[in-house]
Write a protein that binds this ligand. Structure first.
Ligand SMILES: NC(=O)c1ccc[n+]([C@@H]2O[C@H](COP(=O)([O-])OP(=O)(O)OC[C@H]3O[C@@H](n4cnc5c(N)ncnc54)[C@H](O)[C@@H]3O)[C@@H](O)[C@H]2O)c1
Ligand SMILES: [Zn+2]
Length: 378
């Protein structure tokens, strides 16, 4: 029988204004950090980061970052680390920047740290990166022997970030329990390279429970840019619990369908977590989950502001060719959909994707929620 495996970052730090501690925290793991942040993020964090690093006697060296985590973007960072002699790379921003830094740190043989400035994904904690081409289509997962040495999240930054990022992170984190549960029911292994551990499953479940209790209240708070206990709970669920839960609990259909959706140009304006939520809704249908559970999931995610219909991702039930392309990509060899407790074909995925439209429309009508509308690009 395959071993059960749990992996985790070495140190997780979360709190309001935690960014002021970044210098001290980095000083524990490196002497010459390379910070990677795009211009938007750097504009927000530069003064705090610079002051904190200088107080810890660390130099402030920063490079920018563009849209996607491509092989070329990773290689450029590796060259920068080598040319300038850095011993640590620090991804400051969203999941794309952080993934590029993990991949570059691994290739360059230095340590890496994650400083998420939005609670938009569980990328900061994991020991893997998701690599895309220039068009934003999924290429591959890259796995590393270690998780980040440090994950530092400033909850005030998260509360100041556009609300859509927190909502995306909630979508990413809700999938965690659904996929871990499916992996445990089947024979699949996790991204950590073993069977799910009880701890991985429990953390995935805790993330789900926290979100059902606190997500709506956290959204209210972040709309006004304030940090409350609900915001703290949701940031931890989105970032740490979801990260540990997916890596050591298992990914299944939801993320495979997300990866398939990246092949559909109409979804490119959506966040990671929004696409994942389409995958979660389709997974529930695919696995024949109890109807109550499916309907409650649709109601809850609609209230959160996550898409759960084709209309919201720019597709319709008549887009058979596009849906087939998504389903073919989602069921490619090696995809996590094969961790489901039964064999899944592309036909089944097409049917599940078509089915989400009708059920989403009916549940919304029955429960007094607005009908699905195409989401605005961002
Ligand atoms: N490796 C993993 O385990 C893992 C897990 C989940 C997702 N991912 C990856 O993460 C990526 C998606 O990450 P994402 O959803 O964070 O998006 P992103 O990183 O692609 O984009 C984030 C955007 O938000 C902006 N931003 C960040 N913080 C901000 C702030 N405080 N205020 C204003 N703007 C801010 C950035 O400038 C950037 O434009 C995908 O590539 C996905 O595959 C990886
Ligand atoms: Zn994800």
């Amino acid at each position: 029988m395959t071993n059960r495996v749990l992996i985790a970052p070495s140190r997780y730090v979360q709190g309001k204004n935690a960014l002021t501690d970044l210098g001290n925290e980095l000083h524990r793991i490196g002497k010459s950090p390379l910070l990677v942040a795009d211009d938007v993020v750097w504009g927000i964090v530069e003064s705090t980061v610079a002051e904190s690093l200088r107080a810890a006697n660390l130099e402030v060296a920063r490079v920018g970052f563009n849209t996607y985590t491509t092989p070329e973007a990773v290689d450029e960072l590796v060259a920068k680390i080598r040319d300038d002699g850095h011993d640590l790379i620090v991804g400051v921003g969203g999941g794309s920047t952080i993934d590029a830094c993990k991949a570059a740190g691994h290739l360059a043989g230095v340590r890496w740290a994650s400083v998420p400035t939005a609670a938009s994904t569980d990328a900061p904690t994991s020991a893997l990166s998701v690599i895309y081409n220039d068009e934003g289509e999924f290429l591959e997962y890259r796995f590393f022997p270690r998780n980040p040495d440090l994950v530092l999240v400033d909850t005030q930054l998260v509360a100041n970030a556009p609300l859509r990022f927190l909502i995306g992170g909630i979508g990413d984190a809700l999938a965690t329990w659904l996929e871990a549960r499916a992996t445990e029911r089947g024979q699949g292994s996790t991204m950590a390279g073993g069977r799910p551990t009880q701890s991985g499953l429990a953390l995935a479940r805790l993330s789900w429970d926290i979100l059902h209790e606190h997500a709506l209240a956290a959204i209210d708070a972040v709309r006004d840019g304030v940090v409350t206990p609900s915001v703290e709970a949701v940031v931890e669920a989105n970032t740490l619990l979801s990260g540990l839960g997916f890596e050591s609990g298992g990914l299944a259909a939801a993320h495979a369908i997300h990866n398939g959706l990246t092949a559909a140009p109409s979804t490119h304006g959506l966040t990671h977590g929004e696409k994942v939520n389409i995958g979660s809704t389709a997974q529930l249908i695919l696995e024949g989950a109890p109807v109550d559970e499916i309907e409650d999931f649709i109601e809850f995610t609609t209230r959160i502001g996550l898409p759960n219909s084709l209309t919201e991702i720019g597709l319709s039930v008549d887009d058979r060719d596009a849906l087939r392309a998504v389903a073919e990509a989602a069921t490619a060899e090696g995809e996590t959909i094969h961790s489901m407790p039964f064999a899944v074909t592309a036909d089944q995925v097409v049917d599940a994707l078509i089915a989400i439209e009708g059920i989403s429309r009916r549940v919304r009508a029955e429960r007094g929620l607005p009908e699905p509308a195409p989401q605005e690009e961002h």
